[in-house]
Design a protein around this ligand. Structure first.
Ligand code: NAD
Length: 481
């Protein structure tokens, strides 16, 4: 009864997305001792820009579009955050997502302030060449307003954009940049052949996998949820089968979790024995919809998919999907927030009271910005990761194997030599850096939770971790003597 009263009290308060993020910030700030002025500075959005620009449609008509870029925090530079193409884009959403980027970067120790940008459009209504003109014009606006640059603000892909848009942004920036030396670091998430980095496309989904694997490995936490320890055998439902959702599903099933449900905008698939993630992907590529996948029950109303029986629910689509209305019917024990802001404040309160484990977005989807950081570093250093050390490592390993053979008489097979004697290349280093980041950050926020706010949740703990690190950065800048 007490639970219902609290949820009823929270449900009618329709907070904006940015207000919701700030509410989460305030809940965490109570557990810190930073001066009020410092907390205000951390919380506020430093700058935000709304601009309109015309584009010529293929039929010759002129249309005006609305775009935004918000830089939430300049405590570290450049600022960093994705570009979103969606009809729902608005200034409040962009500021909220920029704020989440600030906290996310701090949680995973990536030295950027947070930013976000977007254009209000439905990309399905535009041809490829129209999207190129829109992206180039948007980039031009960012350049004019000093909202892009390798040391200023570095965009990346987000909902509705991909490496293609990043390549157009890079080309537009390169054409106009006065200093060409580091200009390739003006965006991340670029195609590999245009100075992108191996592993960026799959990074957010891969990070979701590493985060979930780490959380499921802690016996004490799993016992509290009534689950066995370890990822293998756990059932998973994923909402959104785009970049993040597809890669999360792929890596989770490779890690022996069973992906039993996939939810898309036009329907959901369910198979308690497990879906073949690659086949669902191929089916969508060929036919345009997951609905045509044969080996599953088709659920017409996608929202019903969120309520399927499973151990882990992975929202990887858009915000506000888990609400006070559907939260009581969720069956999952772990909510893995791969999307940004998928849970409303009222739903959050309800799930907490049901002792569900919520892996917050500020931590769980930080894999993308982590690998973006590696890409930015690679672009600025002008050297491919692994170039300097790989041969040296391989020669060292070879010598060691030969010494072992000589001492023991054992002959290593060519497969063993290839496995043990392999020096780290860019793929290996990016993957290892991402794995280390997700594991370290998880234990950091879990420890903060245990020591500083045991009665709260991991979301609060992740905000406390972020606030402490940003406050420290401000102190180092000498802004708050
Ligand atoms: P995307 O555009 O590649 O994919 C989104 C998918 O969700 C699409 O297939 C779309 O059809 C589907 N979708 C939209 N609304 C839906 C609904 N109501 N129900 C079911 N499916 C729906 O976008 P993405 O890059 O995968 O981003 C997904 C989420 O992850 C966003 O919240 C984004 O901010 C967040 N995120 C993305 C990255 C990244 O590297 N791309 C990094 C961090 C966070």
């Amino acid at each position: 009864m007490a639970t219902e009263t609290l949820i009823e009290r929270l449900a009618p308060i329709q907070k904006s997305f940015f207000q919701k993020v700030n509410q989460q910030f305030d809940s965490a700030a109570r557990f810190t001792t930073h001066p009020r002025g410092m907390l205000e500075q951390i919380k506020i959005c430093n700058s935000s820009c709304h601009f309109t620009f015309p584009i010529k449609r293929d039929d010759g008509t002129i249309e005006t579009l609305h775009g935004w870029r918000a830089e939430h925090s300049h405590h570290k530079l450049p600022t960093k955050g994705g570009i979103r193409y969606s009809t729902l884009v608005n200034e409040d959403e962009i500021m909220a997502l920029a704020a989440l980027m600030t906290y996310k970067c701090a949680i995973v120790d990536v030295p950027f302030g947070g930013a976000k940008g977007g254009i209000q459009l439905d990309r399905c209504e535009y041809s490829e060449s129209e999207l190129e003109r829109i992206t180039r014009r948007y980039t031009y606006e960012l350049i004019q307003k000093n909202y892009i640059g390798p040391g200023v603000d570095v965009p990346a892909p987000d909902f509705g954009t991909s490496e293609t848009e990043m390549a157009w942004m890079l080309d537009t920036y390169l054409g106009m940049a006065a200093d060409k030396l580091d200009a390739i670091a003006c965006v991340t998430g670029k195609p590999i052949e245009q100075n992108g980095i191996r592993g960026r496309k799959e990074a957010t989904g891969r990070g979701v996998f590493f985060g979930l694997r780490e959380a499921c490995a802690i016996a004490e936490d799993m016992k509290r949820l009534g689950l066995s320890t370890g990822l293998p055998g756990k059932t998973v439902v994923v909402q959104g089968f785009g970049n993040v959702g597809y890669h999360a599903a792929k890596f989770l099933s490779e890690g022996e979790a069973i992906v039993t449900g996939i939810i898309e905008i036009d329907g959901a698939l369910y198979n308690p024995e497990g879906l073949d993630v690659e086949k669902v992907f191929a089916c969508r590529e060929e036919s345009g919809s997951i609905r045509n996948y044969p080996d599953a029950t088709l659920i017409d109303n996608p929202q019903d998919g969120l309520e399927l029986a499973c151990d882990i629910l992975v929202p990887a689509a858009v915000e506000n999907q888990i609400t006070a209305e559907n939260a009581p019917r969720l069956k999952a024990r772990i909510l893995a927030e791969a999307a940004n802001g998928p849970t409303t404040a009222a739903a959050d309160e309800h799930l907490k009271q049901r002792n569900m484990l919520i892996l917050p977005d500020t931590y769980l989807n930080a894999g993308g910005v982590t690998v973006s950081y590696f890409e930015w570093l690679r672009n600025l250093s002008h050297v491919r990761f692994g170039r300097l050390g790989r041969r040296f490592e391989e020669n060292q390993y070879k010598s060691m194997l030969q010494a072992v053979e000589k001492a023991t008489g054992y002959q290593f097979s060519s497969t063993e030599i290839a496995l043990i004697g392999h020096g780290a290349d860019e793929n290996d280093l990016v993957d290892s850096g991402l794995e280390d980041t997700m594991i370290t950050a998880y234990h950091e926020i879990r420890e903060t939770h245990r020591r500083r706010c045991p009665a709260a949740d991991l979301r609060t703990a992740s905000f406390i971790t972020a606030i402490d690190k940003i406050a420290e950065a401000y102190l180092q800048l000498g802004i708050f003597p």
